[in-house]
Ligand binder design. Structure first.
Ligand code: SF4
Length: 370
């Protein structure tokens, strides 16, 4: 592939290694590249391949596929999520981090399965990865946040250790503010019954200029689905010290990319459109819509409530890559990096092709038939 000599050699940021460098920056003005028009992205060369990369892309590390819950809407059970040992820093992950850093990724997220189910491994991973990014967020149902891990200063609770390592946010999955309803929807296994009010209050007490906790709620007919439910949920969270909330509807996924599980049927039946809720919420006194984004695969509405509470109401419908511009990198527990949540053929590095074929055959037979 040829690259336009838009920037001089002297402008290239990583000339020390000509096999890994940014060769063109495309800003907010539309520019033509390979017959298509793009904005806000970089063209980079990395180990012999050329990539086109969005300025807003995010890196997500799926630390493990296992979870102590079995939420009826869990996206891991709908599309491919190859299993593997808990993700750890090794040469493969190091290559992905180098790539993301060169491409200009500023945000990293740690998710699962349940990342805190293995506190020591999560602490090691976050301390190795988070310092290389501006923002680092953990997605968790809260299971192991208060468990202790060994540090040079003795045993410490996991959450403050992660914050000291560079974690800047935690998104706590709670599907309903009433414990029994939450447990029913999230189908939490074992003696731990989900986050208690004291647990949420304890997480909220760690909020600072650098660290923001957030409550994350998937809309469902058995749980939160009306304006009244959303308001009760927010009131409950605020009373515990939380100031940031996200409400999401289940993801919609094209059929060839869907695992044929009961979860797929549930998502289909449970689809709750957000637009009526967004309209009603936006009309409330003291509420101001501060950001809206409508793209073919995601609708995002951000509201300010009073002085300091932020509420997102979002909907996503995953789709195939429309134009080869990389918008995300997801590293799965087997160590393979992908640029799509739904398409396992989107692996970032060519040398992962064999592992990817195995994943497709095992998890998405409909796709291998295409
Ligand atoms: S807590 Fe998250 S990973 Fe676990 S089952 Fe629920 S949605 Fe899936």
């Amino acid at each position: 592939m040829t690259v336009s000599p838009e920037i001089s050699l002297a402008d290239r940021p990583t000339l020390e290694d000509p096999t890994r460098c940014v060769v063109r920056r495309i800003g907010p003005e539309m520019e033509e590249y390979n017959g298509r028009r793009y904005q806000n992205c970089n063209v980079l060369h990395f180990d012999g391949t050329e990539y086109l990369f969005s300025h807003r892309a995010i890196l997500t590390l799926v630390t493990t596929a296992s979870c102590n819950a079995a939420c009826k809407f869990c996206s891991n059970e709908i599309t491919f999520t190859p299993n593997g040992p808990f993700l750890e820093m090794n040469p493969d992950l190091g290559r992905v981090i180098d790539f993301a850093e060169l491409a200009g990724v500023r945000k990293v997220a740690f998710t699962g399965g349940e990342p805190t189910a293995n506190p020591a491994k999560l602490a090691r991973l976050v301390s190795a990865v988070a310092p290389r990014f501006h923002r680092a967020r953990l997605h968790t149902n809260g299971f192991g946040l208060a468990k202790t891990v060994e540090t040079p200063h003795g045993h410490r609770e996991l959450l403050p250790v992660l914050i000291a390592s560079g974690l800047t946010g935690a998104s706590l999955s709670i599907a309903h503010h009433e414990t029994t309803t939450n447990r029913h929807i999230m189908r939490i296994k074992g003696r731990w019954g989900g986050m208690s009010e004291d647990d949420v209050r304890w997480v909220a007490s760690h909020a600072s200029d650098r660290f923001t906790p957030r409550l994350s709620c998937v809309l469902s007919s058995e749980g939160v689905h009306k304006l009244k439910d959303i308001l009760e949920y927010i009131e409950w969270g605020v009373s515990l010290g939380i100031k940031k909330f996200i409400f999401r509807s289940c993801s919609q996924i094209p059929e060839p990319f869907q695992k044929g599980t009961a979860y797929s049927d549930y998502n289909e039946a449970e689809y709750i459109p957000i637009e009526p809720l967004v309209r009603e919420f936006g009309m409330l006194d003291g509420v101001q819509e501060t950001y809206t984004q409508h793209k073919s695969d995601s609708h995002v509405h951000v509201f300010q409530l009073g002085d300091d509470v932020t509420v997102d109401i979002d909907e996503s419908s995953e789709e195939e890559d429309p134009d080869s511009k990389i918008r995300r990198i997801n590293v799965m527990p087997d160590g393979v990096a992908y640029t799509s949540w739904i398409d396992p053929r989107s692996h970032l590095f060519a040398d992962d092709a064999t592992r990817v074929s195995d994943t497709i055959r095992r998890e998405l037979p409909l796709l291998s038939a295409l």
